[in-house]
Design a protein around this ligand. Sequence first.
Ligand SMILES: NC(=O)c1ccc[n+]([C@@H]2O[C@H](COP(=O)([O-])OP(=O)(O)OC[C@H]3O[C@@H](n4cnc5c(N)ncnc54)[C@H](O)[C@@H]3O)[C@@H](O)[C@H]2O)c1
Length: 508
Amino acid sequence: MEAHVDGAIVLVGFMGAGKSTGARTLAAELGAEPLDSDHELERRLGEPIESFFDREGEWAFRAREEEMAIELLGRGGAPVIALGGGAVQSERVREALERHTVVHLEVAPDDAWQRASGKGRPLARDPARFEQLRRDRGVLYESVADAVIPPAERDALRRALPALAVLRSAPPDTRLVWASAASGDYPVFVGRGLVGARFFPRLGGRRFVVTDEHVARLHPVPGDERIVVEPGEEHKTLGAAERVLGSLARAGARRGDLVVAVGGGVVGDLAGFCAAVYQRGMRHVQVPTTLVAQVDSAYGGKTGVDLSEGKNYAGAYHQPSAVLCDPAVLDTLPAREAAAGYAEVVKTALIAGGPLWARVRQGRDPDTGVIMGCLRAKLAVVAADERDAGRRQVLNLGHTVGHAIEAATGYTRYRHGEAVAIGLLVALRLSGREALRAEVAELLAARGLPLSFSGASVDEVLAGVERDKKREGERVPFVLLEAPGAVTPGHDVGAAELRGAVEEAHDR
Ligand SMILES: NC(=O)c1ccc[n+]([C@@H]2O[C@H](COP(=O)([O-])OP(=O)(O)OC[C@H]3O[C@@H](n4cnc5c(N)ncnc54)[C@H](O)[C@@H]3O)[C@@H](O)[C@H]2O)c1
């Protein structure tokens, strides 16, 4: 939805999402009074919503709710409005929202029920009906939202306020997703044309753009200094990091400045790593320009470089200060790179299950909606476990063998995503999910992705698995899948079984 300069910030979301509290918090930040459509309506009705609803019925209530919402949205003056949970069901209300910045406050199902039930609310009396309503309304909230705040601790909305303000100057249809992790939170702006429009959040500091030779030519992003590295995984090294760090030092970069990583996962990981260690840490902004980076690597704060002994063997967790994701820059991506990114899309959809998998399994080209679905799925995992202590390990589905194939073939034969494609098929074999494996193989093959590897022996790949970073003592735990959406880490796999699955993926 298009955001307009003169509009209010309007909070929408299901029961228990915290709209009223959120509106009070934001209004206090802005030194203003919030408007709350439910409170205003009760004042006008002269009684609680519950008693009116029970006596007059839902239809009569909706009519009054719509009238109240339209009035408040048209009134002007109030910078923050909390909108009653059901108001978005009205098409007139949805139209009226177009001139405002609409923020969807998400709420976890259990929290919603806990907060809303037992208080006489007419629609929060039966858990099954409540959950169905939450799902149905969720689709409507998504259709009107300019920004999404996932379920997070309460202060997230207040911290998101500067990003919400800057969203108004972004190209039309830009959306904001608030990303949370234990060590920090940040805005993710998603929209076609962000790079071309030179959109950039207000973060202060000088900007040191780190990019690679290909991207520098195709998508120049302005900055105070530009550091151009050689493209390709073989340059994601400590040597390259040293050159970037030296350039930062010679240009006089300070801790309050920004590294702006413009490129694929290689530039993102390398530049993010340099930001993490330069003077013990400076901020960075990720501007992902490949599909791999837009659906996966730009978020979550894992940065690093490869050693010849192993992939991503030297690195640091360092969350970005913002991510600018512009799907329009993918138009210049070579077909092979787009295919490699597709493997990460399939991986993420298998982990997320639900509507994302339903969309991806149709086999169409990933559009902005699918990219959003993937990045939100990744952010949800990172929010629950930033440092790979448990849940985050699911993101490694297909990666244990994938990384081993990349390392065994010297990081040059396969793109990261291509190795992941083969690794995914191995993981599905180890999971014993044959029908799904066949379906995934078909999706990958349709993009021209490899289904088997050559250029290294089975023993070399197995040796690579042994060196996996997730190794715990004698065992290397595997991520396995029961069904799309039901993926779990920490599984033991027997040596013979693993050898069999890798042999099967070996193209002799
Ligand atoms: N940090 C994480 O959480 C994470 C997650 C997944 C992958 N990764 C890492 O990401 C890396 C792979 O990233 P990648 O697949 O993006 O590869 P990449 O960065 O090497 O980019 C691939 C190629 O595409 C070119 N390119 C980039 N954007 C372009 C554009 N818009 N138009 C035309 N060409 C463009 C690049 O110059 C390069 O030649 C691996 O090192 C992997 O380990 C990291």
